[in-house]
Design a protein. Structure first.
Length: 95
């Protein structure tokens, strides 16, 4: 691993292990979503309905590889790691 790769690769402590977040483009059928998950070894474990984002279980340690694979799919709007967020670092609402 080069110094540049080390600086852009997140540490495992920065994101949740064993799952990723995936959002499909509007109009993607349920069947196409299921086929995409099957092709990449993913399984939907939760849906965030207001965002239309799926939490997808993947083998631990494969998160970066699987995100890259999903991003190559034309029907995927985005796929990303589920980064940990420090609640103290988020802005307060209403201010």
């Amino acid at each position: 691993m080069t110094v540049r790769q080390a600086s852009i690769m997140p540490s495992k402590e920065e994101y949740a292990s064993g799952h990723i977040l995936v959002k499909f483009k509007p109009g993607t059928s349920a069947e196409d979503r299921q086929r995409t998950h099957k092709r990449h070894g993913g399984r939907v474990i939760e849906v965030l309905p207001k965002l239309d984002v799926q939490v997808v279980q993947v083998p631990r340690g494969s998160e970066l590889t699987v995100v890259a694979a999903y991003l190559r799919e034309p029907q995927v709007e985005f796929a990303e790691l589920d980064y940990r967020v420090d609640a103290a670092a988020t802005p307060e609402r209403g201010r």
